[in-house]
Design a protein around this ligand. Structure first.
Ligand SMILES: Cc1ncc(COP(=O)(O)O)c(C=O)c1O
Length: 378
């Protein structure tokens, strides 16, 4: 089995699984309970919150632990829009966001908000000038993906944050794919809200956090108990919270080596495709994007047929984001970059590298691509 779909999810690190198992077995106390087991659970959750805060230069009080980035994105967008409605009803985002941003935006349109979807160029990113030009007196929120999950294209988040910093407009970024490989500083980048999730950095699925400045006084999205300082009701998932914190610590400690390893595999792959005379074009940023994601157009290779051939060989990769890969929906990201009239849309695949991948695995994929392209070309 060759797993090359780390943008969809990553294997759980052994040290993370160990922390989760240990916590499941020993620390079952409800962190809201006042007796010893509860207090111990509370300490574990608060220790993890420090790890999350430190990882993005934030204060622990501004971290809301959630069930993952879909919840973080929905919370950030919907609570902000509803709470700031008196001020204005205009929101700005990009055409290439993950569906957990696009669909809440579409929902907000159904209840009267006006959303601008910024177009992208062939690099797959927007510019700070574009964001600034789209601002209106009634703009209340800008949400821009940090690094794209289909192409790895990175947006100029710090520059956008600076441009918005003297305006009464909140700035949210979906940092799911960038978190781990990029050094993120919410202060330097003037970010008001940031979403992330554990399962893209070798943590478990179903746990994430939303950085949201308390000073914004935004309401809870999930109503109930007073957990997360009244910002998100629900009994804390102590084992996964600790597991996520362990994944963050390990990812940050290994950041440079891991980035170099993944970028090295990407270069090796592109070099071997060239050496084998494979016809290909990189979608988005060949250089300067996220190190773990590569999206390529392989002319003559229909991606659905190609993925079946990969599957038969035990090679796992995808043709878009995990949510759309199961259906035959064309990628909204690639269509925003290249239009819908080009065969590129139906002949592109995403390869996303992980710590455990090797050059031998990449060589097997290159072999398969070279032989299939020859077969379908003739
Ligand atoms: C960019 C991006 N945003 C949001 C999500 C959703 O994250 P989660 O699966 O934790 O809800 C994902 C991954 O699926 C993603 O890649």
């Amino acid at each position: 089995m060759i797993y090359l779909d780390h943008a969809a999810t990553t294997p759980v690190d052994a040290s993370v699984a160990e922390v989760i198992m240990e916590t499941l077995q020993n620390d079952y106390g409800n962190p809201s309970s006042l007796y010893q087991k509860g207090r111990e659970g509370r300490k574990l959750v608060e220790d993890a919150r420090w790890v999350f805060a430190d990882s993005i230069g934030a204060k622990p009080a501004d971290i809301i632990i959630t069930s993952g980035a879909s919840e973080s994105n929905n919370t950030a967008l919907i609570t902000t829009a509803l709470a700031r409605r008196e001020k204005g009803n205009h929101l700005i985002t990009t055409a290439v966001e993950h569906h957990s941003v696009l669909h809440p935006m579409e929902y907000l349109e159904t209840i009267g908000f006006d959303v601008t979807y910024l177009p992208v160029d062939e690099s797959g990113s927007v510019t700070a000038d574009q964001v600034e030009a789209a601002l209106r007196p009634d703009t209340i929120l800008v949400s821009i993906i940090y690094g794209n999950n289909e192409t790895g294209s990175i947006n100029p988040i710090e520059e956008i944050g600076k441009r918005l910093s003297d305006k009464d407009v909140l700035f949210h970024t979906d940092a799911v794919q960038a978190y781990g490989s990029q050094t993120i500083d919410v202060e330097a980048s003037h970010i008001d809200m940031l979403s992330t999730t554990a399962h893209k950095i070798n943590g478990p699925k179903g746990i994430g956090f939303l950085f949201r400045r308390q000073a914004l006084h935004l309401p809870s999205f999930i109503h109930g108990g007073t957990q997360e300082n009244t910002h998100r009701a629900g009994t804390e998932n102590t084992p996964y919270i600790r597991g996520f914190a362990q994944a963050v610590k390990k990812t940050i400690a290994n950041r440079e080596a891991s980035n170099a390893h993944k970028a090295g595999l990407k270069h090796f792959f592109l070099k071997r495709l060239e050496e084998r005379d494979v016809q290909f074009f990189v979608n988005g940023m060949a250089e300067g994007g996220l190190p773990h994601i590569l999206n390529i157009w392989l002319p003559h290779l229909q991606s659905d047929k190609f993925l079946i051939q990969c599957d038969l060989k035990g090679i796992m990769l995808s043709a878009g984001s995990a949510c759309t890969a199961g259906s035959l929906e064309p990628s909204h990201v690639l269509m925003a970059m290249y239009g819908d009239k080009t065969p590129r849309i139906a002949e592109s695949v995403r390869i996303s590298f992980g710590n455990e991948n090797t050059k031998e695995e990449i060589e097997e994929l290159v072999d398969l691509i070279a032989s299939l392209q020859k077969r379908y070309q003739n």
